[in-house]
Ligand binder design. Structure first.
Ligand SMILES: [Zn+2]
Length: 474
């Protein structure tokens, strides 16, 4: 059998020599077919001895060590010449062609004769096949890179390469950890936002029969809000101390570069930023501010319907029918559509009037937030005044509460108007994080989840740094 295969290898090699295919420019004439086979295998440190076919057509490649340093004791480094026994291992390797290829490595177990060394014996190991590994390093790298960028999840990569889930996962961790643990790039504008990890877990109290939340886990994402550095960290929890702890753990040089921090109106994040980055300016995220305005309007609508009709809204109630149009930006409604909305609500009487008032408050807030960076201070004060006046003119507690919130957060709201910074990037990364979660069919392990998400949300940064690297002269 062996001689047949060797003949085939030899025939292929001879033909390629005749036709000039795959001839290197500097031809080194090698007449030993086994050496050609070794070149074809391309696994550093071993030489192909022979290739056999198994009963199913798979190839079994027998290799021997061809690296003198493999005989050096890993403990003391002294070369051994005393053979204890010959052993064989079967490290898994990258696929070569469509037919399965199995490696059999014939290697030596040596005795260490160095009197000062504790080790009695050792088997050979190579950089490509270290001791106690069942995979060649190049297969590990292929699997790790596959999980990172090629396959949708660990299981898909594991199946494609014929390894187990834990092996593929470990290869992925090895592949990404050095890159993720690199120093953070300089960031001027941070964005901090929360994401829920999975669904809240509810449980019923056996005595009272009431339902309560058992677990509700949150992650906090810290992103580069104005650049391309992506997701900088995914912190477990959303308390002031967990976020401040992460911020305080960063190098001083990095922290001093942060000038602004965009957050939603979260008191704990604001506290974390004040504690850990006292010189940074807080910026309230405009999207969340508009969402607060919309929420106020919805609460007023529901409240007004309950008060006037003694029940929830129904299709025939004009304010219920208009509920979605009310949340649209005023500029997105045509003149006619707005006239119809207005007339329908006016005809609805008391609840309609309240809803229209809340609509006006919401629109005053939006016109304030719509001011572009560099807007005149007087114009800002004028629009803020109109918003406060509109809210004060109503007797809607929801509108008063909104005005109070804006007043409390005014420095951060003003910073949002004058700088134009938002936390939109965080929302984009949240979307990506959910996508990664769905691809993986959920995560059991939060550490793995954070690693996978961070990897997915820093892709743009890696691409950008790779491009800069290539375009640098020299
Ligand atoms: Zn030794």
């Amino acid at each position: 059998m062996t001689s047949v295969i060797m003949a085939v290898v030899y025939a292929v090699v001879s033909r390629s020599e005749v036709t000039g295919l795959s001839q290197p420019t500097q031809c080194q004439h090698v007449h030993d077919p086994a050496e050609h086979a070794s070149r074809l295998l391309g696994l550093e440190g071993v030489a192909v001895q022979r290739v056999e076919l198994d009963a199913f057509g798979g190839r079994v490649v027998h290799v021997v060590t061809e690296d003198e340093t493999a005989a050096a004791c890993p403990s003391c480094g002294v070369f051994s010449t005393s053979v204890k026994e010959r052993v064989r291992t079967r490290p898994r390797d990258v696929p070569h062609g469509r037919v399965p290829l199995r490696l059999v490595w014939h290697k030596t177990r040596w005795r260490c004769r160095e009197p000062l060394c504790d080790r009695v014996t050792f088997t050979e190991s190579l950089p490509q096949v270290p001791a106690r590994t069942r995979l060649t390093m190049r297969l590990r790298q292929l699997v790790g890179a596959g999980v990172a960028d090629g396959f949708s999840c660990v299981l898909a990569a594991a199946r494609a390469h014929g390894v187990s889930w834990p092996v593929a996962h470990a290869a992925f961790v090895e592949h990404v950890t050095p890159l993720l643990e690199q120093e953070l790039p300089a960031v001027a504008v941070l964005g901090i936002d929360e994401t829920r990890r999975g669904k809240p877990v509810w449980a019923q109290d056996p005595v009272t029969g009431r339902w309560k939340v058992l677990h509700d886990r949150w992650h906090t994402a810290v992103v580069d809000a104005a650049g391309t550095a992506g997701l900088l960290a995914h912190i477990d929890g959303r308390t002031a101390s967990s976020v401040a702890g992460w911020l305080a753990g960063q190098p001083d040089a990095w922290r001093t570069q942060v000038t602004h921090v965009a957050i939603d109106l979260s008191a704990s994040y604001a506290k974390a930023v004040r504690d850990a980055l006292p010189d940074a300016v807080l910026v309230a995220d405009k999207f969340h501010l508009v969402a607060l305005g919309n929420q106020m309007l919805t609460e007023v609508r529901q409240h007004a319907t309950r008060q006037a009709r003694g029940r929830r809204g129904r299709k025939k109630d004009p304010e219920w029918a208009a509920r979605r149009r009310l949340l649209l930006g005023h500029e997105r409604l045509t003149h006619d559509a707005f006239a119809r909305l207005w007339n329908a609500l006016v005809d609805a009487g008391e609840p309609g009037a309240e809803v229209l008032h809340a609509y006006a408050v919401k629109e005053r807030l939006r016109s304030l937030l719509a001011l572009a960076p560099g807007a005149d201070r007087e114009l800002i004060s004028h629009r803020l005044y109109r918003f406060y006046a509109q809210a004060a003119a109503s007797d809607l507690p929801e509108a008063h509460r909104l005005a109070q919130t804006i007043e409390t957060w005014w420095p951060a709201v003003l910073a949002a108007i004058t700088t134009g910074y938002t936390n939109a990037r965080s929302e984009g990364y949240n979307r990506l994080a959910k996508h990664v979660g769905r691809d993986a069919f959920g995560f059991r392990n939060p550490v793995n989840q954070r690693r996978r998400i961070r990897w997915a949300c820093t892709r743009q940064h890696r691409r950008a740094s790779a491009t800069t690297h290539h375009t640098l002269p020299g």
